[in-house]
Write a protein that binds this ligand. Sequence first.
Ligand SMILES: *Cc1c(COP(=O)(O)O)cnc(C)c1O
Length: 455
Amino acid sequence: MADKAKRIFLTEDEMPKQWYNVRADMKIKPAPLIHPGTHEPLTVEQMSPIFCEELCKQELDNDTRYIDIPEEVLEFYKIFRPSPLIRAYQLEKELGTPAHIYYKFEGNNTSGSHKLNSAAAQVYYAKKQGLDSITTETGAGQWGTALAMASAFFHIPLTVYMVKCSYEQKPFRKSVIQSFGADIIPSPSDTTEVGRQILAKFPGTGGSLGCAISEAVEKATHTPNSRYVLGSVLNQVLLHQSIIGEEAYIQMEKAGEYPDIVIGCAGGGSNLGGIMSAFMRDKLTGKKDPEIIAVEPASCPSLTRGRFAYDFCDTGHVCPLGKMYTLGSEFMPSPSHAGGLRYHGMSPIVSQLYHDGYMRAVAVEQTKVFEAATLFARTETILPAPESSHAIRAAIDEALKCKETGEAKTILFNLTGTGYFDMTAYQAYHDGKMSDLIPTDEDLEKGFATIPNVE
Ligand SMILES: *Cc1c(COP(=O)(O)O)cnc(C)c1O
């Protein structure tokens, strides 16, 4: 075993120079974003007061298969990419599985996650458009940090609305974000109209991603020459994240393997979209047929228990509507420790592919996720983020199935990030104080009742 490579690297030259737009190969395209008032598909003109113009074009582009990564973005990528693909020999051994387990490690930058891939692109386009500032929301804090890093790199001021319960659980996130020069405000806050309304309706709420999005959009649209940027869900974000899968595809080839199973955790769907797209291309074009698995928390089960419908992307209903698997924009998930997976909806691309049977989804409970996380840390030496550990859980479960059947399947999962800011969660797990909060059907009905009736 000693002569087998654990880490499969790419050189800078081998790094993909284009993003892959999986929509181009989808037979049924994801439904377009629609205007919350008229329910008509949005145009670039209607979207551009909220989002950067080039990003609006990418959002609506269902046809261009490959889009060149701008030179400036490539230069930024090269600071932290290509990311390594690692064979988890030690984990395999510990499990006693014949499966080959590979993971793509996206946590090797200060944000501690894959989110920098899209932050770099979005901030570059904002700068190129000559904007004076940008705003965003952040859940667990990784996106806010990634965006603060990119904003510092491209010199553009940033305001971050951070979901309040995460802000309180992870006080040092604030210090990191401020170190990169951005402003950070816990959400809901009294700095926006929608924040004040939510505070009045749900006093003492720990907030949610949907609510923080509403505040960040309001701030951008009420500030001259400012725009809002979003870290997940949107088609453009999945496009930027495709770099993960494009790299992994080449690295798997270098390892002389092809994955039977590709796994990603699913919050808004961006890292899953990123790792799977290159393999989905093979599925959509009939070249290969890997199994693709989305892993979500049992506390926020949008794919496994949600409805496929047009819904608001945010709690305050200031954003366009997207057709997606959703729990309803007013669904307030219980305060689980995987802040980045607490979103009520799901990327329209992932939703459509799931709806059309190109992938399956599993929901996993928090305590089982942390059991997987600690096993992974002890064998592979990386302390994983709680979000990423959902994918680890599913990879371990698949590897254990292989142990039973004796099949040596090749499993690839995306290790989206590191968990150094999640020690409150790890401590709760060690102290036996972590519970599995699974919504009842009744809880879900309350959320479903907030889904608008749109054909
Ligand atoms: C944000 C985040 C996720 C979930 O977001 P997606 O858009 O579903 O990828 C997963 N893992 C980490 C580490 C994150 O920061």
